[in-house]
Design a protein around this ligand. Structure first.
Ligand SMILES: *[C@@H]1O[C@H](CO)[C@@H](O)[C@H](O)[C@H]1NC(C)=O
Length: 516
């Protein structure tokens, strides 16, 4: 491909290749990062690399194409992950998906960064919308799990930044894992005392228990060991990156960030909450150009959003509804679903339940099946009809900021936690795996924003904690949540820590570009 001479040499503009894991959470936050980068500096180009499957979902559900086509400095580049159509691409097949994606994307990343060709390779995309000419890629921002990106960056001589979509607290636990293993604190078995406190995670001693560690530390089977070995390998590589980008703000994780910074020799950028930063920018831009601004246009949902729940929420009293969602990956059993629904109905609280298609084992598609198979027993169904609203997939940021929402029953995935923090909504956390187990502990013990019910799921507990956060401890929790939400908001405004960190990141990306 021909590159115009003025695009080379000293006037080389920064062109960032952004490469997330092909899953809802990482795609959402890294797309927001891409939007922020191109909005924050008028010379930055961004290419977003993802799978055909994700790209398709994005253009159908999030109308991402229309949104990004407006900016000639942004382009998508897609590839086929080579997996069968019906592969779940996550959940218990996560490692299979990761390995497939790594294998096919490695040569593609190398080709993109060495040729500067960002033509999309997908046969299904409309040719006329391709970016025909873009400057050479000067920098890679990749998920921390793509360690090959560091090798490619080294070969070609361009910097690689890691973007961690998991929480900073879990990243800190990861960084401490070699020590935990050496000291014999990890792994442990499910039968050991799960409430024992850990001593080898500085800054978290005193509240971090065995049960709060990522699930694979429990060594239940060989998969756990594979995960542990992988993470240990990943941690060793981490410091070869140019820097680590985190979706958090200083006030939220200050007690750990100082430990992390003295442990790591590379910069750590805290530029979150990304969705708030982006909203701030877009609002400012809309204001200065006299354009209307609709935040819902910037959702990066991979599934069609069901907006009917917004009208339902409009009819409910202030802070009266608990929003229940286990995110984009978690799969539960029918029994667990039944316990949660009973607990909610028994608590007599209004609730909005997100029933993501495929999220309940044995109930593949829709709510009608759910009614038929699980809820046929009269009273439960009656209770649900009276107090509940069940939807398939929601615009979560909008739901959480709706005035009727007073609580969030969540799996504690990092995007969900940070969105809850921004909205000032107290949480009940029921974590499943990886960072969720750590996040839920911080939500309760450090930020004092809710309750952690990990390792238990029965209707009596659900009823109790829902009453707790929606009635008994409501005012105090709301007060704490509002304080944290205000800190989040300050961090993304001009002069705030996240705003400044974003400026530093761009400055570093630009100065590294000029050295190429
Ligand atoms: C709210 O935060 C304060 C200060 O951290 C704490 O003492 C209190 O227990 C928190 N409230 C709840 C309900 O957790």
């Amino acid at each position: 491909m021909e590159i115009e001479p003025q695009l080379l040499g000293s006037s080389n503009p920064p062109h960032i290749l952004i490469f997330p894991l092909p899953m809802q959470g990482p795609v959402n936050s890294m797309l927001k990062l891409a939007e922020l980068l191109i909005l924050s500096a008028d010379n930055i180009h961004a290419t977003f690399l993802t799978t055909d499957v994700v790209y398709h979902q994005l253009i159908v559900s999030a109308r991402a194409k229309e949104r990004f086509d407006r900016n000639p400095r942004f382009s998508f580049r897609t590839f086929s992950d080579g997996l069968p159509n019906d592969h779940p691409r996550g959940g218990d097949k996560f490692l299979e998906m990761l390995d497939a994606v790594k294998a096919v994307s490695h040569p593609i990343v190398r080709e993109i960064v060495s040729s500067g060709d960002t033509h999309t390779s997908s046969s299904e995309t409309n040719q006329t919308l391709e970016v025909v000419l873009s400057p050479l890629v000067t920098c890679i921002v990749s998920d921390g799990l793509y360690n090959f990106a560091l090798d490619v960056g080294n070969e070609v001589g361009i910097p690689v930044f890691y973007f961690e979509t998991m929480s900073p607290s879990c990243l800190w636990v990861y960084l401490c894992l070699p020590k935990l293993v050496e000291a014999g604190e990890v792994p442990f078995t499910e039968n050991s005392d799960l409430d024992a406190l850990l001593v080898n995670v500085p800054g978290m001693d005193g509240y971090l228990r065995r049960r709060d560690l990522p699930d694979f530390c429990r060594a239940r089977d060989a998969t756990d060991d594979i995960m542990l070995q992988r993470v240990l390998g990943q941690v060793q590589q981490m410091q070869r990156a140019q820097g680590i980008i985190l979706n958090t703000f200083e006030d939220l994780d200050s007690h750990l960030l100082s430990y992390m910074r003295s442990h790591c020799s590379i910069p750590i950028y805290t530029i979150g909450p990304l969705h708030s930063s982006l909203k701030e920018r877009l609002q400012a831009n809309a204001l200065s150009s006299n354009q209307p601004f609709v935040y819902s246009d910037h959702s990066n949902s991979l599934w069609q959003e069901d907006r009917n729940c917004m009208a339902w929420l409009d009819k409910q009293p202030l802070r009266s509804v608990i929003f229940c969602s286990f995110g984009s990956q978690v799969v539960i059993t029918k029994e667990q679903l039944t316990e949660f629904l009973h607990g909610l109905v028994d608590s007599k609280t209004l609730f909005l339940w997100m029933n993501r298609p495929g999220s309940v084992i044995g109930l593949e598609e829709n709510y009608e099946m759910l009614e038929k198979q699980v809820l046929m027993h009269g009273d439960l169904l009656k209770g649900i009809k009276k107090n509940g609203c069940i939807v398939s997939w929601v615009p979560q940021v909008e739901v959480l900021s709706h005035p009727a929402i007073g609580g969030f029953l969540t799996h504690g995935g990092w995007n969900s936690v940070i969105e809850s923090v921004v909205a000032g909504v107290p949480m009940v956390c029921w974590p499943h795996y990886v960072d969720q187990l750590v996040n839920s502990r911080l939500a309760t013990e450090v930020w004092k924003l809710g309750v952690d019910i990990k390792d238990s799921c029965n209707r009596a507990i659900v009823e109790k904690v829902v009453r707790d956060i929606m009635c008994l401890r409501r005012d105090e929790l709301l007060e704490n949540a509002t304080k944290m939400a205000n800190l989040a908001s300050t961090s993304v405004q001009k002069g705030g820590t996240s705003y400044e960190s974003m400026k530093n990141l761009i400055k570093d990306m630009e100065s590294l570009t000029s050295q190429i």
